[in-house]
Design a protein around this ligand. Structure first.
Ligand SMILES: [Zn+2]
Ligand SMILES: [Zn+2]
Length: 334
């Protein structure tokens, strides 16, 4: 099979021929139809995640079809359409697992980091990593939902927001353009925050009720004119951007950073104490939660805006994404 691997930390993408992987007893093998390119693929590219073994095939936004099932696998069969996301496996025995918090497993295995990912024609995955893809959803549309989609969808579901509340999405990119669609479809008064006017029209097309250009107005003040954001999903990976919106949260408002910022975030604690605001950590979702995101996307016709690249052009797709030029998600097609 063809695969794209990173040979060493900080190495370049290599297109290689590899043996099609054998399927383990509790795994399935997936023939990859599409794989999204996520900013977190840089952990594999740069070797900035502890314990990665090289060469490694990146990619954790995988959509494909089951091609082979392991000897001990029940409930999954050849030909089923499945997705594999960031959360690749958990141990079931550590303290977080004993509490059902599989996403926080002490021995979590991450797709494309702790095991080979989807920049390839085939990939093997534990059954715990599988989400069913509804029939109506195209593989190219499904792939980005396995990380960018479930991250934003689940962030909304796991917050304390109620229908009709103000939900703000800061940054309109791979994550933000899905966050806007989910917020609008789920019944929230939806606010897009971005720099400049370039993304204003697309924000309204994606379902925003309001648009805040943070280069000409104070986004926190603008949010307070709307009553404050009950939830603000911060996708722009910049500390200053996150700092600028804390005081735009409503009473009990939660700021959920999804983009990992470029430095420490300074927060005036008074901003949190007054109005009982909080900053809440959130990490993508388990396979079943990914399936929820896929099913809701299918139900409400939510699709990512994508640019496709042939698998061989993984390096170009990755550079395009890293330069923030993808509108809005780059997807590799083998
Ligand atoms: Zn990701
Ligand atoms: Zn565990």
């Amino acid at each position: 099979m063809r695969a794209v691997q990173i040979p060493e930390p900080g190495g370049e993408f290599e297109v290689v021929d590899r043996a099609i992987p054998e399927v383990g007893p509790t795994e399935v093998r997936v023939e990859v139809d599409a794989c999204g390119v996520c900013h977190s693929d840089s952990y594999t590219k740069e070797g900035s995640w502890e314990g990665i073994q090289y060469p490694r095939v990146p990619g954790h936004e995988i959509a494909g079809r089951i091609d082979a099932v392991g000897a001990d696998v029940e409930n999954w069969s050849e030909g089923q359409r499945v997705g594999v996301g960031w959360h690749g496996d958990h141990c079931f025995t550590c303290e977080p697992c004993r509490r059902g918090e599989f996403i926080d497993c002490d021995h979590e295995r991450v797709t494309g980091i702790d095991m080979d990912g989807g920049y390839a024609e085939y990939v093997t995955a534990p059954t715990h990593a599988l989400a069913r893809i509804p029939g109506e959803l195209d593989a190219i549309d499904a792939a980005p939902l396995l990380c960018a989609g479930v991250s934003t969808f689940n962030a909304l579901r796991k917050s304390n927001v109620q229908p009709g509340d103000v939900v703000a999405v800061q940054g309109i990119g791979g994550l933000g353009h899905l966050g806007l669609q989910y917020a609008a479809a789920a019944g929230f008064e939806t606010v897009a925050i971005s720099r400049g006017t370039e993304k204003r029209d697309v924000a309204f097309e994606l379902g925003a009720d309001h648009y805040i250009d943070s280069t000409v107005t104070d986004p926190a003040e603008e949010l307070m004119h709307l009553g404050g954001a009950s939830v603000l999903i911060a996708t722009a990976p910049h500390s200053e951007a996150i700092e600028s919106v804390v005081s735009g949260l409503a009473i009990h408002g939660q700021l959920i950073p999804l983009g990992v910022p470029d430095g420490d975030v300074g927060v005036d604690v008074i901003d949190l104490i007054e109005n009982q605001r909080s900053i809440k950590g959130h990490s993508s979702g388990t396979a079943r939660e990914s399936q929820d995101a896929l099913e809701f996307s299918s139900l409400r016709d939510i699709t990512p805006m994508v640019e496709t690249f042939p698998l061989e052009d993984a390096a170009a797709a990755y550079d395009h994404m890293m330069r923030n030029e993808a509108r809005f998600r780059a997807v590799l097609v083998p």
